[in-house]
Design a protein around this ligand. Structure first.
Ligand SMILES: Nc1ncnc2c1ncn2[C@@H]1O[C@H](COP(=O)(O)OP(=O)(O)OP(=O)(O)O)[C@@H](O)[C@H]1O
Length: 645
């Protein structure tokens, strides 16, 4: 039953993506075939996965394959599969109307780059704009699809010339699956002819060799005529043809399960190709792990660490990169149970023959075997990272450091191992990364703690007044500018027996702390200042941190840091009000002046201004936001007027 087509408009984002693809990717057109084959393979994966719990869904058709049919005369190329197919609603949803979650990110990134020139094949690969890439070579695309479980007359025909609209109509399809027919554009004379069997063979071999299902094509072949069918003379010599031309279906891809092969039989180039196939990434991987576990539980694992972070690394809905196989049969992609969140960038395959296949994703999380495999893989991956050359590891860390640190917070069993992998810039590293082991080696003889400070701006941190005394004593301070560091430091209290100490909280335990006699002399003034600033601070005290600056704000050991407060506010939360301590530098000449003024004339109105100014100076020094910037500006203006003769 073919019905009347209904015309729909492509969603704006889809139209934008289409324009970009058609106009910018011209030099790499042939990847369209890889994209369509990969969609077909995904569709077969899906129906196969579903058939494990619902065998009827296959309806006797389990000879999974992807078929390519070129037609040089009609100038068409057809790609069909017996995968899961799509219903009318799914067609509407998947192709043309609803932009995929990646699409918005893709366009946003282009917008940032302000030019479509950056649209390299690497980017396309990463964003997987898939199906639409066929418009690079096709002037019209027709897709006929029948969902698993639907009747032949419930098929759907989708058609578009990529010009802003598409049509959808009821259609007929004898079998479950999807057929995509491309009416090919004329193309330049240098372009490959996509109806030529040798071009197709080459493209499939190059881009889709690892696809797990046969990619087949009918090819004409010269085959010998069987002896008993040949026409022969009296002496038995053939008098007619000895061969004839037949059309045979040929498989074009090798379908290699390289993870099951012995490690040393797989070369770098094969790994690189397999990784690109698996990860849809055009960059080679940074490192790999090819493992065969034998013993109580047996399984193969082939894992890759990408060289570049994907654009959606921090988006909650992003997929994990582990595919689960059982005896070379694909079970599921995105197997979250096999890899913790903080290793979500790892791509690869795990083939576990002993797995119970009838379990759901949720149950898989609790499966003992799965937990065991996951634990082994995590250990091996952390070992691999630990053994990388400094150069490679720093490349890795620039891309994935913030993700690895999430693990310090979330995985208490691996906390120490992960902490050993963390790197920080420091007050003494001149922009280089320093690990905690190296930090400890460089500690001063009298230094007892590992000092750190958190904030969002490296420059503000390096120059923070909180670090003045520490710098004077040549104590190195870790500068933490990742939001995740705040969370990490809540659980990471010590490393290799050395406690962590925030440079802005509690007593820094520096030996030459403020002189007790001084403190006594200032008691009355401190009481006065506290009275003036009562709403903002909980205490005024002589500082052991400051050397040059006059004031800073600090917290008690368990108080929330200024940066944490800022992060929570930015996330729309209302953190509890934490009153901080105003620390004053007793060695600063201005303190003695204020003290004299206070002792001579307690009612002098300038004193109130000075108290507020001291507080504001402390806020400004840590890059904080002033409550009343106008007043601060006015007070500084007054002071300047008086200071300049
Ligand atoms: N041959 C097919 N059989 C069944 N569904 C398909 C087929 N081709 C495409 N689809 C559906 O259309 C959706 C959109 O396809 P498209 O190639 O644009 O993106 P994708 O495959 O989701 O992303 P990526 O290319 O990054 O893998 C797919 O997710 C799938 O649901």
């Amino acid at each position: 039953m073919e019905g009347t087509p209904q015309t729909h408009e492509f969603k704006t984002e889809v139209r934008q993506v289409l324009n970009l693809i058609i106009n910018s990717l011209y030099s790499n057109q042939e990847i369209f075939l890889r994209e369509l084959i990969s969609n077909a393979s995904d569709a077969i994966d899906k129906v196969r996965f579903q058939s494990q719990t619902d065998p009827d869904i296959l309806n006797g058709d389990s000879d999974f394959k992807i078929k390519i049919r070129p037609d040089g005369i009609a100038r068409t190329l057809e790609i069909s599969d017996n995968g899961i197919g799509m219903t009318h609603d799914e067609v509407m949803e998947n192709i043309g109307t609803i932009a995929k979650s990646g699409t918005a990110g893709f366009l946003e990134m282009l917008e940032q780059a302000k030019s479509a020139d950056v649209l390299t094949p690497e980017l396309i690969g990463q964003f997987g704009v898939g199906f639409y890439s066929a418009f690079m070579v096709a002037e019209k695309i027709t897709l006929v699809t029948r969902a698993a479980g639907a009747t032949p007359d419930q098929a759907v025909r989708w058609e578009s010339s990529g010009d802003g609209t598409f049509t959808v109509a009821p259609a007929h399809r004898d079998q479950r699956g999807t057929t995509i027919t491309l009416a090919l554009k004329k193309g330049d004379k240098d372009d490959p002819d996509y109806t030529d069997q040798w071009s197709i063979r080459r493209i499939v071999k190059q881009h889709s060799d690892f696809v797990a299902y046969p990619i087949v094509m009918d090819v004409e072949k010269e085959v010998p005529i069987p002896d008993n069918e040949q026409i022969k003379d009296k002496e038995g010599k053939p008098i007619g043809e000895t061969t004839r031309r037949v059309v045979e279906e040929e498989t074009l891809n090798a379908m290699k399960a390289i993870w099951t092969q012995p490690k040393d039989t797989v070369d770098d180039k094969t790994h690189e190709e397999f990784y690109k196939h698996l990860a849809h990434d055009w960059n080679p991987p940074l490192a790999r792990l090819h493992l065969k576990f034998e013993g109580a539980t047996e399984y193969d694992a082939l894992l890759y660490i990408p060289s570049q972070a994907p654009f959606d690394l921090f988006q909650p809905e992003r997929r994990h990169g582990i595919q689960l196989y059982c005896k070379r049969v694909f079970i599921m992609e995105d197997c979250k149970a096999l890899m913790p969140e903080y290793l979500r960038f790892v791509k690869g395959v795990v083939d576990a023959p002993d797995l119970n296949l009838n379990v759901s994703r949720e149950i898989l999380q609790q499966d003992r075997l799965v937990i065991n495999i996951r634990n082994n893989l995590v250990n091996k991956l952390l070992e691999l990272l630990g053994k990388m050359t400094t150069e490679d590891y720093e490349k890795f860390y620039e891309q994935f450091g913030a993700v690895i640190k999430e693990g310090i917070y979330s995985d208490s069993n691996k906390r120490t191992k992960l902490a050993a992998l963390a790197r920080y810039k420091t007050t003494r590293s001149d922009g280089a990364w320093v690990g905690l082991d190296d930090y400890i080696k460089r500690m001063q003889p009298d230094q007892k703690a590992i000092y750190y400070i958190t904030g969002d701006d490296m420059n503000a941190l390096i120059n923070s007044p909180h670090l003045e005394k520490l710098k004077e004593k040549s104590y190195e301070v870790l500068l933490m500018v990742d939001p995740v560091d705040e969370w990490v430091m809540q659980v990471l209290t010590e490393y290799d027996g050395k406690p962590f100490k925030s440079a802005e909280k509690g007593d820094l335990e520096l030996e030459d702390a403020a002189d007790e006699t001084d403190k006594e002399a200032y008691n009355a003034l401190f009481g006065f200042i506290k009275g003036q600033l009562a709403a903002k601070i909980k205490e005024v005290k002589a500082s052991a941190r400051l050397k040059d600056s006059v004031a800073c704000l600090s917290g008690d050991n368990y108080d929330m840091s200024a940066y944490m407060e800022k992060l929570l506010k930015a996330a729309g939360q209302k953190p509890p009000e934490v009153q901080r301590v105003l620390e004053l530098n007793m060695a600063h000449p201005v303190m003695a002046k204020i003290k004299t003024l206070y002792e001579n004339d307690r009612d002098n109105p300038a004193l109130n201004d000075y108290c507020h100014m001291l507080y504001d100076l402390a806020v400004v020094a840590e890059g904080g936001k002033l409550e009343n910037p106008a007043r601060f500006s006015r007070m500084v203006g007054d002071v300047l007027t008086r200071a300049i003769p």
